[in-house]
Design a protein around this ligand. Structure first.
Ligand code: SF4
Ligand code: SF4
Length: 305
């Protein structure tokens, strides 16, 4: 096998430590930017665009005007309630450099595989003691395929357990080149009905479903159902998803992830409207009903990640 290319660059927007979800033990989670889906309920909207972007926390702004002077692209205006004109903003980051209060921050940073591994190394003892490891998340890690593959290879060389949260949407060659280095794939299945999937996420599910089958024959897969009101919170949709999971290799457990609105405030920081504004939550009784249905189809079912 070829040498690991440690200078491969990726764009990340966070590295989260001490996570107890998203895989066994205690985990460190590099979040990669870029996603081919645009799920209406996305709780990490800052992950969707592939490039670094600016966020504006209005409550931290003291209206000093330094950012207005720093922007060479005319993208900032104190008359704009969101401050930033996203059509004009190039993501150069100059305004964030001069902002004295952190009201403007860049989300997204270029890092090499080597640099990320140095960060991950700091928690190595934690992985070993807890039987934990690394979980790549995003965004969709497969949207930066070379970086993701080389980072996973580097983690495997260190002897770390690797997991990846993935939508499964990528060319088949990418699936085949990346998943041999993933110990556990955490895959959301949102909808089996193609029209429902397209409406909820902006993309077809045909390639996703083909890829999920393929992935399940390469590595261990944990299936998760984000339970979204009006999209899949009905018995037929849940049965269809669990029925699909039967076609996958060796899937024993399905997790139900009930809808929450934790990401709502991030939309305003990005100058966007939250697409699920006012959405009801799924009643606990309903969630338990779906759990029982999944169990009746032969799976173990957990509520939560
Ligand atoms: S990131 Fe650059 S282009 Fe965008 S608002 Fe700030 S200074 Fe202007
Ligand atoms: S530099 Fe920061 S604090 Fe000053 S006006 Fe701009 S956003 Fe507000």
């Amino acid at each position: 096998m070829s040498e690991i290319v440690y200078d491969t660059e990726g764009i990340l927007f966070n590295i989260q430590r001490y996570s107890l979800h998203d895989g066994p033990g205690i985990r460190t989670i590099p979040f990669l930017k870029g996603c081919p889906l645009s799920c209406k309920w996305c709780s990490n909207p800052e992950s969707q665009k592939p490039q670094p972007e600016i966020i504006f926390q209005k409550s931290n702004c003291i209206q000093c005007g330094k950012c207005l002077e720093a922007c060479r692209f005319g993208a900032l205006s104190s008359d704009n309630p969101y401050l930033v004109d996203r059509q004009r903003c190039t993501g150069c980051g100059e305004c964030a450099k001069v902002c004295p209060t952190g009201a403007l921050l860049m989300k997204g940073k270029r890092m090499t595989v080597w640099e990320v591994v140095q960060e991950l190394q700091k928690d190595e003892n934690v992985y070993r003691r807890s039987n934990g490891g690394i979980t790549l998340s995003g965004g969709e890690p497969l949207s930066q395929p070379e970086f993701t593959r080389e980072l996973l290879r580097a983690c495997k060389e260190k002897g770390w357990h690797t997991a990846m949260e993935t939508t499964g949407l990528a060319p088949k060659e990418v699936i085949e080149s990346v998943f041999p280095f993933v110990d556990l794939a955490l895959t959301d299945i949102k909808a089996i009905d193609p029209a429902v999937h397209k409406d909820a996420t902006g993309v077809s599910n045909q390639l996703i479903l083909e890829n999920l089958i393929k992935i399940s024959f390469i590595t261990q897969v944990s299936v998760r159902i984000p339970l979204i009101p009006g999209i899949n919170d009905d018995l037929d949709s849940i049965r269809a998803i669990a029925g699909f999971a039967k076609l996958m290799n060796n899937v024993e457990t399905i997790h139900i992830l009930p809808y929450h609105n934790y990401g709502e405030n991030k939309y305003a920081l990005l100058g966007r409207i939250y697409p699920m504004d006012g959405t009801r939550f799924v009643a606990e009784e309903q969630v338990n009903k779906f759990k029982s249905e999944i169990e009746s189809m032969g799976f173990t079912c957990h509520i939560g990640g």
